[in-house]
Design a protein around this ligand. Structure first.
Ligand SMILES: [Zn+2]
Length: 337
């Protein structure tokens, strides 16, 4: 029996949505629209409603067969009330926007919100690399480093839904550690995110080191991306190899902390930077073997995410399904004492 849900990934630049069979994760054609996050919430919500209808039309599934909607949101949400709490890239930061109830009113679909990286984690756990694994951690490495935790077959949300922000594990306690976007010093995000990798490439070129990175970028420092450095590394460029080795090793220090705290069966790596595969994972493994002594680190499987851009959409739909039909409660977990 199929359980059709609408999954939406609300980004700061684009919003994407598709109908998903939340039993299997099978995803119909995704449709996309510009978010225009600088506009007032009601305008963005209006575009979301159009997007939902377009996704349903694109799927060919009868509207009456869609049982609900899940939305992955880039920031903090109140899992109980379905209100947004803080969306850093949106106009006014959306402190108390009743997004779920507005969408529900305008579409007639019972709607549930989830943080966007938690939805990626949920998608990979239920339908992707982590299928059948009861305890896992997920790192999504792109512009920032996001994360999520699944503990004994539950997405772990924690107090106020704030658990799983793995990019802000601190790996450098020195006074001059780099400052992270969150305001703390020494977070792994300040070492291994996409912009940090690109910046290292640009620095190497400016320092006049022997590398093909500058040439590949047409001698334009702004064109240096993690993907470009990855290409250089795969062609054997020593500076590019060193950049990925350092980024992976720093990431590995954070992964080691998660392994020590959680002893997960698997750690999943997604996001654009993780496309580098072994260039990133080999140094992660090295960091684990040096720093994890509580269990044999090779027992923890390191896996690449499988669903790519669809993970967030499938995860959001899967979340709505769990909340709507599986009696999945969050109140006790996220509420203050
Ligand atoms: Zn941070």
């Amino acid at each position: 029996m199929s359980a059709y849900y609408l999954g939406c990934d609300l980004g700061g630049t684009n919003m994407r949505a598709a109908v998903v069979d939340a039993e299997t994760g099978a995803t119909f054609t995704a449709v996309k629209n510009a978010t225009h996050a600088h506009e007032a919430p009601e305008a963005v919500i209006g575009r979301m409603v159009h997007l939902f209808e377009a996704a349903i039309t694109a799927s060919g599934v009868l509207r009456s067969a869609i049982r609900g909607a899940g939305v992955g949101v880039p920031g903090r949400v109140d899992y109980e009330s379905g209100e947004t709490r803080f969306l850093p890239n949106f106009y006014g930061n959306w402190p108390d926007v009743p997004l779920a109830s507005r969408l529900q009113k305008l579409t007639g679909l019972p709607t549930h919100l989830i943080n966007d990286v938690r939805s990626i984690t949920l998608g990979e756990w239920r339908f992707g690399a982590g299928k059948g694994i009861d305890t896992l951690a997920c790192f999504a490495i792109g512009t920032g480093i996001g994360g999520g935790l699944v503990i004994r077959n539950r997405l772990h949300l924690g107090l106020l839904g704030s658990a799983g922000e793995l990019g802000h594990l601190i790996i450098d306690t020195s006074q001059d550690a780099p400052v992270c976007g969150c305001g703390a010093r020494g977070c792994v995000e300040a070492f291994s995110s996409g912009p940090q990798i690109a910046a290292r490439g640009a620095r190497a070129v400016m320092q006049g080191r022997t590398t093909v990175i500058g040439e590949l970028a047409g001698h334009d420092l702004n064109k240096i991306t993690p993907a470009l450095i990855c290409n250089a590394a795969q062609a054997g460029d020593p500076v590019a190899l060193e950049i990925y080795d350092e980024a992976g090793y720093h990431l590995g220090i954070a992964v080691a902390s998660v392994v020590v705290a959680l002893a997960p069966k698997m750690v999943i790596f997604g996001g654009g930077v993780a496309a580098a595969g072994e260039l990133l994972l080999a140094p992660v493994r090295r960091a684990l073997s040096e720093r994890v002594h509580m269990l044999p680190p090779e027992k923890v499987r390191l896996a690449q995410a499988m669903l790519g851009d669809e993970a967030g959409i499938a995860g959001a739909a899967g979340w709505a399904y769990l909340r709507n039909e599986q009696g999945y409660l969050v109140a006790d977990e996220v509420r203050e004492l």
